[in-house]
Design a protein around this ligand. Structure first.
Ligand code: TPP
Ligand code: MG
Length: 1017
C-alpha cells in the first residue's frame, strides 16, 4: 500500500523553506522519524513521518518553499502498522472537575477508618468540656456541636470528621455565608502525642552528643573572634536548630554511596558552625581546621557559610543568601522527578530537605514557588522552618505569630503542614486543662511575648502567660518556677522532632513543611538567649561559657572552659561510636560533595558544519541559528538525551515551539486534555517524559531549574546540559544573585540571553532593551560570556562550551547573547586563527588596505559589528581611509586574559614581558582604535588599558526606548553614520586627517553636536 506524506498544519506559516531533507529513496523509516526540516523566518521545525514504510520518492529538495498539504514524499508500506493513526490523546477525556471531586469524596466516605474505640473515660472527659462565654452567644449549643463532633472523631475517625466539617462549610456558603473560615489550626502541635512515632535512638547518648556539638560550634566562633573580631560568625542560629539537625543526622538523612543516590540537604547558611562541629566529632575535620573557621585564604580554612566553590568536597548547596536555598530546593526536588520520569534516574525515594529561618521566609524567593511544589506533588521535598521567632534585628512577627501565618500560606498552597510548637513537658498540661483556656491562651499570646518569656524567667512566664486566667494559674499551681521554665518548645524536643520527620518521610502526594518553634540562642545564657541582639552574638564571656557548659553538661573544667577548648571524647567512647554507627547505618557522611559523572563526548564538528556555511541571501537571526543548532544536536546520540531546554513562557518568541512536538514539554501528569492546537505540527504537547522545561513566568524558577540540571553531575552523577533561554534583560538583572550562587555551586550549562542588545530589540522599550547584561555577567569569575554576530561564531563558541564543560568537565558556565535581528551570515573564513580568535574574544574579520595612507582599527561586537563593517566601507569609499574590522566576540574574555598577563608581567619584572592577546592583535596595526557594541561603553572599555593605541569606546549607555532599530542606533550613536563621523573625528584628533572632514560628515549625516548625551535623556 502506498502512503503520501504531506506538509501538516504548521500554524500561521505559508511558503516555508525546506532547509534539510533527512531521508532518501529506499530508506526504511519508522513512524515519528523526522523526514524534513522546515524553516520560517522565525522558527524551524522537523516534520515527522506519520506512517512507517520504505521511501519510494522524495518530492522536495532543500530550498523549496512549501505550505500545508504539499507532498513531501511517498512511502510503500508492506507492514501494516498495528497502531491506529494517531489521533492525539483521544482516549484521555478532558477532566471533569465535578466528577473527580465526587469520586474523591465517595472514597472518603467508603474508606471508613478503622478506629480503635477508646475507653469510656475519654467520653466522660468530653462531657466535661466547658465553653467560655467570650464571643459565644449560646455556649450550650456550641457544646452540643462539639460533643457531636467528638463522637464522630471517636467512632468514625478524623477523615469522616473532616468530611462533615467540609460539608458544613460548603453548606454555609450555599446558604449565603460569605465569611472566610479559618485557614489555621489551633496553636498546638499537628501530631497529637498518641500518634507520635517514637524514636528508636538512645536519648541520653543523643543529648550528650548534641551538647558536644553545641559546645564545639560555639567554641569555634568564640575562638575565631578571640583571635580577631573581624572574623565574625554566628552562634545563635545553630543553637536554636541543633536538635533539628541532630535528629536528621542520627535517624533520617541517607548519604550518597555506591548503593544509593543520597538525600540532598540544604543547610541553613548561618548554621554552618554546627555542621563543622559534628564533622569534628565524626573525625572528618580536625581541631586545627576548626581553628581556621572563616580563615580561608590559606588552604584548609573553613568557609563562613556553605560554599561549594570554596569547600568542593564538603558543601553541596550555597544557601546563605536568604531565599535562594528554598527556591533552589523546590526546583531540585522537581528536577529529581524529571530525571526519574525521563528514565535517566532510578526512583529510590530520595528526599530533598531544606532548612530555612523564619525571617528568611519573608524573602519572595522562599515562598514564591511553593505552589509549584504542591501542584507537582513533590512529596520528595521537606522544608523545615526554624521558627525561633527572631531574625537579625528583632522579632519576625512581634505582633503576630509566624508559625500560624506560615501555616496558612503553606496549607493554602496545598502542603502537608506539621507544626512542632510545644515540647513533651506541655503534653500533661494540655491533657489536664479541661477549660480550653490553655489552648486559647497559647493562641492569644503573640510572638513578641513568646520571645520575652524565654528571655526572662519561670516566674515571669507564670505571671504573664498563665496569669492571664485564674484557671491557668490554678493549672500550674503545683509547679515551681523552675518547672515552668522547663516547659520546652517543640523544636528542642527530639521526640517531637522525630515524630514530625517520620511523618514527613511517609507523607505521599504533597510536599511537607515542618514549622518548628525554637529559641534563638538556646543555651547562650543571659547575654544571648532570646534577646534582640542574639543574631550577631559571636563572643561569649566566661560567665556565659560556664553557664553553657553547665546547662549542657559538657565535661570540661572551669579552666578548659575559660580557654574555650574543644571537646572530643575518645574514639572508643559511647558517644563517638554511636555517632559513627548512626552515619554508617545511613550510608555515610553528610554533607559531602562528590561527582562520578562520566564525561560526554563532544559532538562531531560536522553537526555544526551547516552553521559555518554562508546563508547566501537568506536572512536569519542568531536566535534562529541557535535553535537550528539545538535541533541538530538532538540528533547526536551522546548529547540528545542530556539536553534540558529551559524556557519561561518565551518559546514562541525565540522560535522554539517546534521543540514542543519534537521532545515534549515535561508535565508530571502527562497531558490530561486535548490541546487546542492538536491539529498543528507544533502543538502544545505535554508529556510525562517531556524534555523541555517550560517554566511559565518565573525567571527565578527557571534559573533554579538550570542550576539543578547544571549540578546534576554532582547531585545525581549524571551530566545534563541545561540551556536556559530568556530575554537578556530578564536574566542577570532579574536573577543576578541566583547566577552568583550558580557560580558558587559550580553549575555547568548555557545561559542564552536572547533578543539581546539595547538597539536590537527595537519596539519593546526601556524595560526590555538590554545594554548591560555583559557587564553583569563579567562579574562572575567562572562565567564566560560571548556576544557573537555570525552563525559560525556562535557554533564555534557553543561547541567549545560543550567540550570544556562536558568532555573536560570544567566548572565553568557560558552566557551567550543572541539577537532577533535577521541578516545574512557569511561563511566561516578558512583562516585557522579565526577559530582561536573567536574563542579568545577577537579576530580580524576584514582588512581594507586600498589607499595605504590613513588607517583605523574598528572593533565591533554583536549587533554593532555590522554597523562597523558598513562604516568601514563608507570610510574607504567616501574618505579613502583604510581600516581593519575586528569582530570582538567577547570583551570580557579579552579583559580576563589581559589581566592575567599584566599581573604575570608585574610579578616577573626580571623576565621578558608577555604580550596580551589584545596587544598581539593590535600592536602591529596602524591607526587609533574605535570600539563599539550594543552594550554600555564600559563593555568595550574593558580592554582600553591593554593597548598603547588611542582608544575610543562607543556604546548604548542610558535608558532604552522603543523605536526602529535604525533610529535607536542613531540615538545611541552606534549606527554606521556615527561610527564614520566619530572615526573621522578621532583621526582628526590624532592629526591624521583634517577636522573639516568630521565636521562635513556631521552636516551630511545631520548629527547635532548640541544633542545631550543619551544618559541624560
Ligand atoms: C538576601 C540576604 N539578605 C540579608 C542577609 C543578612 N542576614 C543574615 S541572617 C539574617 C537574619 C535571618 O533570620 P532568620 O531567617 O530568622 O534566621 P535565624 O538566624 O533566626 O535562624 C539576615 C538579615 C542575608 N544573609 N541574605
Ligand atoms: Mg529566625
Amino acid at each position: 500500500m502506498k502512503q503520501q506524506l504531506l506538509v501538516p498544519d504548521i500554524g500561521d506559516f505559508e511558503k516555508v523553506e525546506v532547509i534539510e531533507v533527512l531521508v532518501k529513496v529506499a530508506d526504511k523509516i519508522k513512524k515519528n522519524d523526522s523526514v524534513v526540516t522546515l524553516e520560517s523566518d522565525k522558527s524551524s521545525v522537523e516534520v515527522p513521518a506519520i506512517h512507517e514504510g520504505t521511501v519510494e520518492s522524495v518530492n522536495v529538495k532543500v530550498g523549496d518553499k512549501v505550505s500545508k498539504g504539499h507532498l513531501l514524499l511517498t512511502l510503500t508500506n508492506q507492514i501494516q502498522s498495528k497502531e491506529k493513526p494517531k489521533k492525539i490523546i483521544e482516549e484521555k477525556l478532558p477532566p471533569d472537575t465535578e466528577k473527580i471531586i465526587n469520586e474523591a469524596e465517595k472514597t472518603l466516605i467508603l474508606k471508613k477508618e478503622v478506629v480503635e474505640k477508646k475507653d469510656k473515660k475519654i467520653n466522660n472527659e468530653i462531657s466535661k468540656i466547658q465553653i467560655t462565654k467570650d464571643g459565644d452567644i449560646d455556649p450550650i449549643e456550641t457544646k452540643e456541636w462539639l460533643e457531636s463532633l467528638s463522637a464522630v472523631l471517636q467512632n468514625d475517625g478524623k477523615n469522616r470528621a473532616q468530611f462533615l466539617i467540609k460539608q458544613l462549610i460548603e453548606h454555609s456558603y450555599k446558604e449565603g455565608s460569605d465569611l472566610v473560615l479559618s485557614r489555621n489550626t489551633p496553636y498546638i502541635n499537628s501530631i497529637p502525642p498518641e500518634e507520635e512515632q517514637k524514636s528508636p535512638g538512645d536519648q541520653n547518648l543523643e543529648r550528650r552528643i548534641r551538647s558536644l556539638i553545641r559546645w564545639n560550634a560555639a567554641a569555634m566562633v568564640v575562638r575565631a573572634n578571640k583571635k580577631n573580631p573581624e572574623l565574625g560568625g554566628h552562634i545563635g542560629t545553630f543553637a536554636s536548630a541543633a536538635t533539628l539537625y541532630d535528629v536528621g543526622m542520627n535517624h533520617f538523612w541517607r548519604a550518597k554511596n555506591n548503593k544509593f543516590g543520597g538525600d540532598l540537604i540544604y543547610f541553613q547558611g548561618h548554621s554552618a558552625p554546627g555542621m563543622y562541629a559534628r564533622a569534628f566529632l565524626e573525625g572528618r575535620i580536625t581541631s586545627k581546621e576548626l581553628d581556621k573557621f572563616r580563615q580561608e585564604v590559606d588552604p584548609g580554612g573553613l568557609s563562613s557559610y556553605p560554599h561549594p566553590w570554596l569547600m568542593p568536597k564538603f558543601w553541596q548547596f550555597p544557601t546563605v543568601s536568604m531565599g535562594l536555598g528554598p527556591i533552589m530546593s523546590i526546583y531540585q526536588a522537581r528536577f529529581n522527578k524529571y530525571l526519574i520520569n525521563r528514565g535517566l534516574l532510578k526512583d529510590e525515594g530520595r528526599k530533598i530537605w531544606c532548612f530555612l529561618g523564619d525571617g528568611e521566609a519573608d524573602e519572595p524567593e522562599s515562598l514564591g514557588a511553593i505552589g509549584l511544589a504542591a501542584r507537582e506533588n513533590l512529596d520528595n521535598l521537606i522544608f523545615v522552618v526554624n521558627c525561633n521567632l527572631q531574625r537579625l534585628d528583632g522579632p519576625v512577627r512581634g505582633n503576630g505569630k509566624i508559625i500560624q501565618e506560615l501555616e496558612g500560606i503553606f496549607r493554602g498552597a496545598g502542603w502537608n503542614v506539621l507544626k512542632v510548637i510545644w515540647g513533651s513537658y506541655w503534653d500533661q498540661l494540655l491533657v489536664k486543662d479541661k477549660t480550653g483556656l490553655l489552648i486559647k491562651r497559647m493562641g492569644e499570646a503573640v510572638d513578641g511575648e513568646y520571645q520575652a518569656f524565654k528571655a526572662k524567667s519561670g516566674a515571669y512566664v507564670r505571671e504573664k502567660f498563665f496569669g492571664k486566667y485564674p484557671e491557668l494559674l490554678d493549672l500550674v499551681s503545683q509547679m515551681t518556677d523552675k518547672d515552668i521554665w522547663k516547659l520546652n518548645r517543640g523544636g528542642h524536643d527530639p521526640h517531637k522532632v522525630y515524630a514530625a520527620y517520620h511523618n514527613a518521610m511517609k507523607n505521599k502526594g504533597t510536599p511537607t513543611v515542618i514549622l518548628a518553634k525554637t529559641i534563638k540562642g538556646y543555651g547562650m545564657g543571659k547575654s544571648g538567649e532570646s534577646i534582640n541582639t542574639t543574631h550577631q552574638q559571636k563572643k561569649l564571656g566566661d560567665e556565659d561559657l560556664l553557664y553553657f557548659r553547665d546547662r549542657f553538661d559538657v565535661p570540661l573544667t572551669d579552666k578548659q572552659v575559660k580557654n574555650v577548648e574543644y571537646y572530643r571524647p575518645s574514639e572508643n567512647s559511647p558517644e563517638i561510636k554511636y555517632l559513627k554507627e548512626c552515619r554508617l547505618r545511613l550510608g555515610g557522611n553528610l554533607p559531602e560533595r562528590s561527582s562520578f559523572a562520566k564525561a560526554i563526548k563532544t559532538p562531531p564538528s560536522d553537526i555544526f558544519s551547516a552553521m559555518k556555511e554562508s546563508t547566501g541571501k537568506k536572512e536569519m537571526s542568531t536566535t534562529m541559528v541557535l535553535v537550528r543548532m539545538l535541533t541538530s544536536l538532538l540528533r547526536d546520540k551522546n548529547v540528545a538525551s542530556r539536553l534540558v531546554p529551559i524556557i519561561p513562557d518565551e518559546a514562541r518568541t525565540f522560535g522554539m515551539e517546534g521543540f514542543f512536538q519534537k521532545i515534549g514539554i515535561y508535565a508530571h501528569e502527562g497531558q490530561k486534555y486535548e490541546p487546542v492546537d492538536s491539529e498543528q505540527l507544533s502543538f502544545y504537547r505535554e508529556d510525562v517524559k517531556g524534555q523541555v522545561l517550560e517554566e511559565g513566568l518565573t525567571e527565578a524558577g527557571a534559573m533554579s531549574s538550570w542550576i539543578a540540571a547544571g549540578t546534576s553531575y554532582s547531585n545525581h552523577d549524571i551530566s545534563m546540559i541545561p540551556i536556559y533561554l530568556f530575554y537578556s534583560m530578564f536574566g542577570f538583572q532579574r536573577v543576578g544573585d541566583l547566577a552568583w550562587a550558580a557560580g558558587d555551586n559550580q553549575t555547568r550549562g548555557f545561559l542564552i540571553g536572547a533578543t539581546a542588545g539595547r538597539t536590537t530589540l527595537p519596539g519593546e522599550g526601556l524595560q526590555h532593551n538590554d545594554g548591560h547584561s555583559h557587564i553583569m555577567s563579567s562579574v562572575i569569575p567562572n562565567c564566560k560570556s560571548y556576544d557573537p554576530t555570525f552563525s559560525y561564531e556562535l557554533a564555534t563558541i557553543f561547541r567549545e562550551g560543550l567540550r570544556r564543560m562536558y568532555e573536560k568537565q570544567e566548572n565553568i558556565f557560558y552566557y551567550i547573547t543572541t539577537m532577533n535581528e535577521n541578516y545574512t551570515h557569511p561563511a566561516m573564513p578558512n583562516d585557522k586563527t579565526v577559530e582561536e580568535g573567536i574563542l579568545k574574544g577577537m579576530y580580524l574579520f576584514k582588512e581594507h588596505k586600498k589607499f595605504k595612507k590613513t588607517k583605523i582599527q574598528l572593533l565591533g561586537s554583536g549587533a554593532i559589528l555590522r554597523e562597523m563593517i558598513a562604516a568601514a566601507e563608507i570610510l574607504e569609499k567616501d574618505y579613502e581611509i583604510d581600516s581593519n574590522v575586528w569582530s570582538v566576540t567577547s570583551f570580557n574574555e579579552l579583559r580576563k586574559e589581559a589581566l592575567e598577563i599584566e599581573r604575570y608581567n608585574l610579578l616577573n619584572p626580571d623576565k621578558k614581558p608577555k604580550k596580551t592577546y589584545v596587544e598581539k592583535c593590535l600592536t602591529s596595526t596602524d591607526g587609533p582604535v574605535v570600539a563599539a557594541s550594543d552594550y554600555m561603553r564600559m563593555n568595550s572599555d574593558q580592554i582600553r588599558p591593554f593597548t598603547s593605541k588611542s582608544f575610543y569606546s562607543f556604546g548604548t549607555d542610558g535608558y532604552g526606548r522603543s523605536d526602529t532599530r535604525k533610529n535607536l542606533r542613531k540615538f545611541f550613536e552606534v549606527d554606521k553614520e556615527h561610527i564614520v563621523t566619530y572615526s573621522l573625528s578621532v583621526l582628526a584628533k590624532e592629526q591624521l586627517i583634517s577636522s573639516k572632514l568630521a565636521l562635513d560628515a556631521m552636516k551630511k549625516y545631520k548629527i547635532n553636536p548640541e544633542k545631550p548625551i543619551p544618559t541624560k535623556l
